[in-house]
Ligand binder design. Structure first.
Ligand SMILES: Cc1cc2nc3c(=O)[nH]c(=O)nc-3n(C[C@H](O)[C@H](O)[C@H](O)COP(=O)(O)O)c2cc1C
Length: 207
């Protein structure tokens, strides 16, 4: 696909229907403005109690991408992409700053009450359980990210096939974080596979 034919600002329907995992990208830098446009959309992802446990690391440095590719068992899409987003979930950071998640429109008393309730709920869980809980929320942001990337004229491939411990080490991430996915993305330079999905009568039941 050449730059001339790139369609931007797709409708939600167009973005979802045209998204395929793409593993070969044009060698074209993604600008800070483009990245900001994507993350301004992803920022609006909903989450339970509005806790927003997702954090994003954008990797454009070639040497680091090579190391990530090694950690991803040599999957070549990592260095093909001009940018790689690591979607991580950090519930311990959420819990350390609970007051930031409470809606500022609430009265100070209600805010304190909310923080106390959330604090008590999560203190009954282990770090691992909280991590898994946060990941269920972070995966919603992963869906928004893939759709936003596509809708703004880029392509991507979500990946979980990598050595998580090695990637934590490469980016100096704390042990407790969980990975939503590694997402290489850029302008697409190859076609994806035809969609292969279950029919509606397998996945949808009407009651
Ligand atoms: C969480 C997740 C992890 C994935 N991990 C990998 C991966 O490590 N390598 C890869 O090439 N594709 C990976 N994929 C891509 C899937 O194989 C792909 O989404 C699926 O086959 C459907 O194809 P489509 O994305 O083209 O519609 C992953 C997808 C998801 C959602």
């Amino acid at each position: 696909m050449t730059t001339q034919t790139i369609k931007k600002n797709l409708t939600v329907k167009e973005a979802i229907e045209s998204r395929h995992s793409i593993r070969k990208f044009e060698q074209e830098t993604i600008t800070k403005e483009e990245l900001t446009e994507i993350f301004e959309l992803v920022r609006l992802t909903p989450s339970a109690w509005n806790l927003q446990p997702w954090r994003f690391h954008v990797i454009t440095d070639n040497q680091l991408k090579e190391k990530l590719q090694e950690a991803a068992y040599g999957q070549k899409q990592v260095t093909s992409a001009p940018a790689v987003v690591l979607v991580v979930s950090d519930m311990e950071d959420v819990i350390a700053h609970l007051s930031e998640t409470v809606h500022p429109g609430l009265s100070p008393e209600r805010q304190q009450e909310e923080v106390a309730n959330l604090s008590s709920f999560f203190s009954g869980m282990s770090v691992e359980e909280r991590g898994q809980w946060g990941l269920t929320q972070t995966n919603i942001a992963l869906g928004f990210l893939l759709t936003a990337i596509q809708g703004l004229g880029f392509a991507s491939v979500p990946m979980l096939g990598f050595d998580h411990e090695k990637v934590k080490e490469l980016l100096s991430l704390p042990e407790h974080i969980k990975f939503g996915a590694m997402v290489p993305f850029g302008r697409q330079a190859s076609e994806g596979y035809e969609h292969h999905r279950f029919p509606l009568d397998k996945i949808v039941k009407y009651h």
